[in-house]
Design a protein around this ligand. Structure first.
Ligand code: PEP
Length: 248
């Protein structure tokens, strides 16, 4: 694996003018970084971000991808379309998509498959709700979510990125402790190891209120290969501090 991977998820935030400033500052600050960094932006801004970032080290991605190849699917964006804008990553199965749009494990697995077929790396999000954690179901939930993606994607599985995002830690300011996160990452690593000989190639990101203050301790864990960052990716200084923590 080539160093850590830090990915920003802008969610439904941004404007043409704000993006310009944010990408400029991140791109400038990236020059010293030894890790890979990307921003996953709303689809309407992909063209803008492509133009702003094309000549530098910052990579870009989408926050979702259609499970269909093309056709009568109003409002959806296909993997082939994303690819035309130089997209390297597509988040699939973010908890906000699972929760507000009823995305199932099977749908998420198909989305990952569409992305892979178009040469885009899916960032597959898995994670338990607070209720599931308190009921002692964390392991079974994340394993079930990842198993669907492994089953559908077979030998391509070593091309994915996995993000463990406990739902109770997303946008709440509550972060999993480094030990809690490492424990789940180790389970996911073992599951991937059983699925492919190339499991060490698969970056395992932690996401959920990661910020400048807690990034270093999370990223120091054995099986945490990077971060998926929501709120803190919208301020260049905060995002760059996390990138610095990932670039020893
Ligand atoms: C996310 O949305 O993927 C995320 C991790 O959000 P936040 O960092 O704001 O918790």
């Amino acid at each position: 694996m080539h160093g850590k991977l830090i990915v920003g998820n802008w969610k439904m935030n941004g404007s043409l003018s704000a993006n310009q400033e944010l990408v400029r500052q991140i791109a400038e600050g990236l020059s010293d970084a030894s890790c890979r960094a990307a921003v996953c932006v709303p689809s309407v801004y992909l063209s803008q971000v492509q133009q702003l970032a094309a000549s530098g080290h910052l990579l870009w991605g989408a926050q979702d991808v259609s499970a269909h190849e093309q056709g009568a699917f109003t409002g959806e964006v296909s993997a082939a379309m994303l690819r035309e804008f130089g997209v390297r990553f597509a988040i699939v199965g973010h908890s906000e998509r699972r929760q507000y749009h009823g995305e199932t494990d099977a749908l998420v697995a198909t989305k990952a498959q569409r992305a892979l077929a178009a040469g885009i790396t899916p960032i597959v999000c898995v994670g338990e709700t607070l209720q599931e954690r308190e009921a002692g179901h964390t392991e079974s939930v994340v394993k079930r979510q990842l198993a669907a993606v492994i089953q559908t994607n077979g030998h391509c599985i070593s091309e994915i990125v996995v993000a463990y995002e406990p739902v109770w830690a997303i946008g709440t300011g509550k972060t999993a402790s480094p030990e809690q996160a490492q424990q789940v990452h180790a389970l996911l690593r073992a599951q991937l190891k059983a699925a492919t000989e190339q499991s060490q190639r698969i970056p395992l990101l932690y996401g959920g209120s990661m910020n400048a203050a807690n990034a270093a301790s999370l990223l120091a864990q054995n099986d945490i290969d990077g971060g998926l960052i929501g709120g803190a990716s919208l301020k260049a200084a905060d995002f760059l501090s996390i990138i610095a923590a990932a670039s020893p």
